[in-house]
Every structure is written in C-alpha cells, then in structure tokens.
Design a binder for this molecule. Structure first.
Ligand SMILES: *Cc1c(COP(=O)(O)O)cnc(C)c1O
Length: 371
C-alpha cells in the first residue's frame, strides 16, 4: 500500500544541482554566495526591501520581536489558533502573549478582539496566515497605526498568499516564513525574515550573527559591541532554498490545484473548508475541513481510519490557551468551538487526483457512519 503523507518536499534536478554545487564549491570565500542569492530571490518574490535568512522561522520570530523593540514585561497580541512557534519566542524574551479569538471563516485573528485586548503595555500584534488563509490586513494595520503598535506577520503557512494584490508577509512591519520540510518550500530546516524598515533590517542582521557588524566603523575581526544570537542559515540550506524559490509559482499553483480537487469532491458534504475572500488569494498550504457540529463525529475515529489506510492526517491546532503553560481562555469561543472538529488533509506537491479521491472517500464513509 502506498502511504499518503500529509506533506513532503518536491525535489528536482535543480535542487540537487544547486546543493551539489554548494557542497562542492561553497566554502571559504564562497560560503555566503547561496545565502545572498537566496535572500535576493526571496525579497524580490515578496517585493520587500530586505531579507535575512535564518536557521528556522522560530529564530526569525525571536529576532523580529527584538527588532521591533519588544522587551520583558511588554505584551504581544496573538491569535488563539496557530503553531506554538508563533508565541514561544515571546516567552523567551519574558514578554507576555495576550491570546485573542479568531474569525469563524478564516480561523485567523479577529481584528475586533485585537482592539479589546490593547493595554498600555501592548507593543506588537502577531498575526498568522494559518493554513494559507489570509488575515484581515487592512483592519489590522489601521488598529496598529492608531495605537502605535508593530505588526509581525507569521507567514510560515502563507507563502504565496496575497491580500489585495500584496504578498502576505510584506504588509506588516516584518514578515517571517518557515522552510521546514512540511512547508510549501523547504531548506530542510530554515526560515527568513523580510521587512521594508532599514533600521529593523540592520539590527536583525547583526543580531543574527552574534552581534558581528560589518558596518561598525571600528570593525575588527572577532570584536563586537553587543551580544547576539546564532540563527543564520547555512550556505547548503540556502542552495536548496534558491532552487525552491525559483520554482515557487509552480509549487504554490499545485497547492491551489490540490485544494480545488478537495473542494470539488467535498462540495455536497456538510463540512467547511479553508475560505478565501474576494480580495485575497489563498495559497492553501494545508486543506483543512471543519466537521459539522455533531458530538458523535469524533475526529479521532477519522484519524484511526486514515492510519489503517496509510494516510497521514492531522488535528487542527489546539487553542493555544488550552496548553498547560497558559491560562485557558474559554471566552475565545470560536477557537474552542472549532478546533475539536478540525482536520488537516494531505497536500504534498505530487499527490495524485486518485489519492485525493481516496482520502475524500474515507471522509465520506466516516461522515455517513453517524448520519
Ligand atoms: C512552521 C511554523 C512556524 C515555525 O517554523 P520553524 O521553521 O519550524 O521554526 C511558525 N509559525 C507557524 C504558523 C508555523 O506553521
């Protein structure tokens, strides 16, 4: 039986050739060549002024928060539904993650709830374009401006998504992306930060490499003015990333094609899927269904059926505030109401229509089992 993974990278000759070149020639004086090429190609795709490649998106979020001036004791408003990596770096700094509810249709942060959560300690808003779905960027940017807050777009799952013709990740003050092996493009592990703010860029670039600053007037080897972090990406990873970003249109278009297969095959079923507003483009990183509100429909049963059939499926993220290190916020009713009914379905680049049909067949069987 052929296994159907939820995601896996698409690797072609191009990726292999670039990585081969990097591993053969990319040392010594050339050890930054692919990093710079990858950063240039990425910022061009994003139409952003600056890009800094990192070893993970989690690292990029940590640097972004420091770059935006978030300090211990500050508050950062975050959505109830996202991957833990969106908020862990807030805790690294000793700042507080203020968790607010999401919208019913996009499962992204609810702008009205952001407004209610602002206090004198609020420094920034972190929004996440979850599963490729797009946040309400106009409303979010207006609120941020009114209250003098910075906006960080966690676009780890939203590469290729757009809001009113602008690339997600390039609308707020900083955008971050992940190149983990499950994401739309990969570097094995890796991330990147983009911004149009030169001050933030200069600060982050120095912090990304132990505080080393090539522009320091006293620039001397092994002498630095401040301590930093070590989140920089390797040249090998960047070689893989360059090949992937050169193929990004193809990879994003495939995600959209796969989502549309699901949408078509599921159209008569009582489930809701990732949504897309008229002025947005959804890159559909993970096709996700929300089951109808019926307590007999236990998603764990569906996961067990999938496992038996060699199919990998995943639960929608638990509400962040339900995790043991936070205080539950049951008032975030949208998140608490949908998560238990949410299922992510396979969408790796080379999945076939027949495989998608098989997954949908099992979902239909599961839905009918309680009808
Ligand atoms: C994957 C992911 C991250 C973290 O990415 P890493 O590269 O694994 O650090 C952050 N936020 C979201 C929403 C993600 O899906």
């Amino acid at each position: 039986m052929n296994k159907i993974p939820i995601n896996k990278p698409s690797i072609t000759e191009l990726e292999i050739n670039y990585v081969n070149d990097a591993i053969t020639n990319g040392w010594g004086e050339s050890c930054y060549d692919y990093i710079h090429k990858f950063e240039d190609a990425f910022k061009k795709y994003q139409r952003s002024s600056y890009a800094v490649a990192t070893s993970s998106c989690t690292g990029a979020i940590h640097l972004a928060l420091i770059g935006m001036g978030v300090q211990a004791g500050d508050e950062v408003i975050v959505p109830e539904i996202t991957w833990i990596a969106s908020v862990s770096p807030i805790l690294y700094i000793g700042a507080k993650a203020v968790i607010v509810d999401v919208l019913e249709d996009t499962w992204c942060i609810d702008p009205a709830k952001i407004k209610n959560a602002i206090t004198p300690k609020t420094k920034a808003i972190l929004v996440a374009h979850i599963y490729g779905n797009v946040c309400e960027m106009d409303e979010i940017m207006i609120i941020a401006k009114e209250h003098n807050l910075k906006v960080l777009e966690d676009t780890a799952e939203g590469l290729g998504s757009e809001y009113k013709g602008e690339k997600c990740g390039s609308i707020g003050d900083i955008g971050v992306f992940s190149f983990h092996g499950t994401k739309t493009i990969t570097t094995g592990e890796g991330g990147i930060l983009v911004t149009n703010n030169e001050t933030i860029y200069k600060k982050v670039r120095v912090l990304n490499d132990h505080g080393r600053n090539p522009e320091d007037p006293e620039n001397k080897p092994y002498w630095m003015r401040e301590y930093g972090y070590k989140y920089k990406m390797s040249n090998l990873q960047a070689a893989l990333g360059l090949a992937q970003i050169e193929r990004v249109e193809e990879l994003v278009n495939n995600k959209i094609k796969i989502f549309n297969w699901y949408k078509d095959l599921l159209k008569d079923l009582p489930v809701s899927l990732n949504s897309q507003h008229t002025e947005t483009k959804n890159s559909y990183w993970l096709p996700t269904v929300i089951l109808p509100n019926n307590k007999d429909l236990d998603r764990n049963i569906f996961f067990a059926i999938c496992k038996e059939n060699g199919i990998d499926s995943r639960p929608l993220f638990y509400p962040l505030s339900s995790l043991p290190m936070f205080i539950p916020k049951k008032e975030n009713t949208v998140a608490y109401n949908i998560y238990i009914r949410g299922i992510n379905l396979p969408s790796f680049n080379d999945i076939t229509f027949e495989e998608v049909t098989k997954v949908v067949g099992l979902l239909k069987e599961f839905l009918n089992s309680v009808a």
